[in-house]
Design a protein around this ligand. Structure first.
Ligand SMILES: O=C(O)COP(=O)(O)O
Length: 229
C-alpha cells in the first residue's frame, strides 16, 4: 500500500478567518496617522500576497505618500505579530487536520504571512503539533505565487521531484498559481479570500466545508497520479 502523501495548507482564508484582525491592525495604524479607516471587505480583498503587498494596496487605496511606507509597515507589524483576538478557525478545520494526520498524511503549512505571527496563531489555536513543517512569507526571498516556498515545504515533508507526490490546500489566486507552478494538485476552499472566480483558477477540486476535506483528499488521490508509488 502507498504511504499517505504529504498535504500542505495555506493559512489566512483557508484554516483561519484572520481578516478581522488584519483589518483592525491596518485601521489602527491609519487612525494613528490621521488617515480615514478602510472597510473590512476592502482590506480582506488586499490579503493573500503577504504584508508588503497588503501595504502596497493600502497605500494606493488611501493615496498615502510612499515615503511613509516603512514607518507604516513597522507600526503594523508591532500590532500584527500577536493579533489573534478577532481571528477564528474556519468550522471543522482542526477536526479535518486531525483526521488527515491520524490517517498518516504528513502535514505542513505554506503561508505568505510572516513567520512570527504565523507561529503565534498556530500556538493560539493548538495547531503547532499538527504542522511539523511551516514555511512563512519571510522564510525565503520568494513568496507565493512563486513555487519556491511550496517546493521547500514539500521537500521538508519528503516530497521532491518534478511533480511531487503531494496536495496543496488553499483559497486564493496566490495559492492556485503557486500549486500549478510546482506542480501539485490544488484543493480550493470556497469560503476563503479571493477576487477571481474559482472557475478561472487552476484547481483539482473545490470544498465548501472542512467536513468534506478528508473524503475529497481520498477521492483526489484515487483519481490522480498522487497515488503513484
Ligand atoms: O499574509 C497574507 O497576505 C496571506 O497569507 P496566506 O498565504 O496564509 O493566505
Amino acid at each position: 500500500m502507498n504511504r499517505p502523501c504529504p498535504i500542505v495548507f495555506d493559512l489566512d482564508g483557508t484554516l483561519i478567518d484572520s481578516a478581522p484582525d488584519i483589518h483592525a491592525c491596518v485601521n489602527a495604524v491609519l487612525r494613528e496617522n490621521d488617515i480615514a479607516p478602510l472597510p473590512l471587505d476592502r482590506v480582506r480583498s488586499f490579503i493573500g500576497g503577504g504584508v508588503d503587498l497588503l501595504w502596497t494596496r493600502v497605500i494606493a487605496a488611501c493615496a498615502i505618500e510612499p515615503v511613509h511606507r516603512p514607518a507604516l509597515i513597522a507600526a503594523f507589524m508591532a500590532r500584527y505579530h500577536d493579533a489573534t483576538a478577532l481571528t477564528r478557525l474556519f468550522p471543522g478545520a482542526i477536526e479535518a487536520l486531525g483526521r488527515l494526520a491520524d490517517a498518516g498524511h504528513p502535514l505542513g503549512l505554506c503561508t505568505n504571512k510572516p513567520m512570527a505571527p504565523t507561529r503565534v496563531v498556530l500556538d493560539h489555536f493548538g495547531l503547532s503539533h499538527l504542522m511539523p513543517v511551516v514555511i512563512g512569507g519571510d522564510s525565503l526571498p520568494q513568496r507565493k505565487p512563486d513555487p519556491a516556498p511550496l517546493r521547500l515545504a514539500l521537500a521538508q515533508l519528503g516530497a521532491t521531484g518534478d511533480a511531487p507526490r503531494a496536495l496543496y490546500v488553499g483559497d486564493s489566486e496566490f495559492d492556485a498559481h503557486c500549486a500549478a507552478a510546482v506542480p501539485v494538485p490544488f484543493l480550493i476552499y470556497s469560503k476563503g479570500y479571493r477576487m477571481t472566480p474559482i472557475d478561472e483558477l487552476p484547481h483539482q477540486a473545490v470544498f465548501d466545508h472542512f467536513d468534506q476535506l478528508p473524503g475529497l483528499v481520498a477521492a483526489t488521490i484515487a483519481g490522480s497520479d498522487v497515488s503513484a508509488p
